[in-house]
Design a protein around this ligand. Sequence first.
Ligand code: S3P
Length: 186
Amino acid sequence: MAGTTEKGKNIILIGFMGTGKTSLGKAAAGKLKIPFLDTDDLIVSREGMSINEIFATKGEAYFRSLETQIIRELQDLEGGHVIAVGGGLPLREENRPLLRKLGRVVYLRTSPPVLARRLEADTTRPILRQGEGSTLEKVERILKEREPKYLDAADIVLENDGSSFYKTAGKLTNIYKKGGEFNDQS
Ligand code: S3P
């Protein structure tokens, strides 16, 4: 694959809303003393409005285009980063090779009941505020559609049911440090 020597440079966290991409990403970046970036934060600060507001006033398609734009721009990053990307970003086919070019892609996987518990009272994710059914039903339905794409984008799958936050953050730091070794095998 082109650019494999660069592949260990960043860690990219993908996965469903509520899997802990942001909290684990921040913890791992802190331990590694490298910067943490979050595509949602970059979009919110660029647009000067919340994700809910962007969806409501400009629509989901506009938000998805911004995601692709951001992931393209991040290709120019220098040095190592931990980058969390929005839960829907890996779904667009053109985004997946961009994610893989950017670094080692880690899919944080969490079971629907745990996700539903975490997301039950959430009001910041427009995707979960639309459609029929309970939070658990929505999570199960959307995750089933998305999981093949997450797996397609991922180099590594890391289970995160939240039982051992620091252990999982430690695994992420190891993946970052061993980036070169992983590259040699890929
Ligand atoms: C989305 C996930 C959110 C955010 C937006 C859409 C999705 O990010 O990008 O609400 O489609 O899964 P998190 O995964 O960080 O919650």
